[in-house]
Ligand binder design. Structure first.
Ligand SMILES: C[S@@+](CC[C@H](N)C(=O)[O-])C[C@H]1O[C@@H](n2cnc3c(N)ncnc32)[C@H](O)[C@@H]1O
Length: 217
């Protein structure tokens, strides 16, 4: 399913410079040059990204001196990431499913984050205890994705077909309001939890906002 998603994006060229002329940048939203930056994470020495795709956010952190481990279940975007960012010393790209990675690792990170990534597509009951264990004391968990559709909470499943109408894949994602996220994270021992809705840019004011969640252990 994720290989197919990434292949679908093959023809879309990635931007190499943002509006401010920077070669790397961090974006929590689905809109270019919009919303909060990497400062949401504080100043971690090390970070783990869950579902890094082509690695642009991880590359930005690595350029700024963070030791980043960027994990993705699909090799298709990771190959792109390797081509574009493989030369960066502080960036480790890992082909692994997020829960598998977290179960196997003994490493502890200053931050764990996910941008429209594995946190959205994994049962929080499974993921959150593992993320908590992977964080150093005082470490930050932050993630973003689309907010829920009113009345549709918990696991949301769907079928995804390729352009040729081939056998459908299944995608599952977990949808909660900001208040629900605060309760869920508190249950797993996270503290100083904030969950905010970031409005789209004014030029796209009717479009989908972004849910941005931040917590500490
Ligand atoms: C919508 S894309 C977002 C990619 C990237 N974070 C970005 O902002 O461009 C979701 C990514 O999460 C990855 N992903 C989804 N579920 C995952 C899981 N359980 N473990 C690891 N990666 C996962 C997919 O392969 C895909 O690259």
């Amino acid at each position: 399913m994720w290989d197919r998603y990434a292949r679908g994006k093959r023809g879309v060229p990635e931007r190499t410079v943002n509006a401010a002329g920077q070669r790397t940048w961090f974006n929590w939203t689905q809109y270019p040059d919009h919303g909060p930056t990497e400062t949401v994470l504080g100043s971690p020495a090390s970070a783990l990204e869950l579902g890094c795709g082509t690695g642009r956010n991880a590359a930005h952190l690595a350029v700024h001196g963070v030791e980043v481990t960027a994990v993705d279940v699909s090799l298709v975007p990771l190959e792109k990431a390797e081509q574009r960012w493989g030369h960066l010393g502080g960036l480790r790209l890992v082909h692994r499913e997020a829960v598998d990675f977290l179960r196997a690792t003994d490493e502890r990170f200053g931050a764990v984050y996910s941008v429209f990534g594995a946190v959205w597509f994994t049962d929080p009951e499974v993921l959150l205890p593992l993320v908590r264990r992977a964080l150093r004391p005082g470490g930050v968990l932050a993630f973003s994705h689309e907010p829920p559709i009113e009345g549709c909470y918990g696991c949301q499943g769907g079928y995804v077909r390729g352009p040729g109408g081939d056998r459908p894949s299944v995608v599952r994602r977990w949808a909660y309001t900001p208040a629900m996220w605060v309760d869920i994270l508190a249950r797993y021992g996270f503290t100083r939890i904030t969950a905010d809705i970031v409005a789209p840019p004014p030029a796209r004011s009717g479009d989908v906002p972004t849910l941005l969640v931040h917590a500490r252990v």
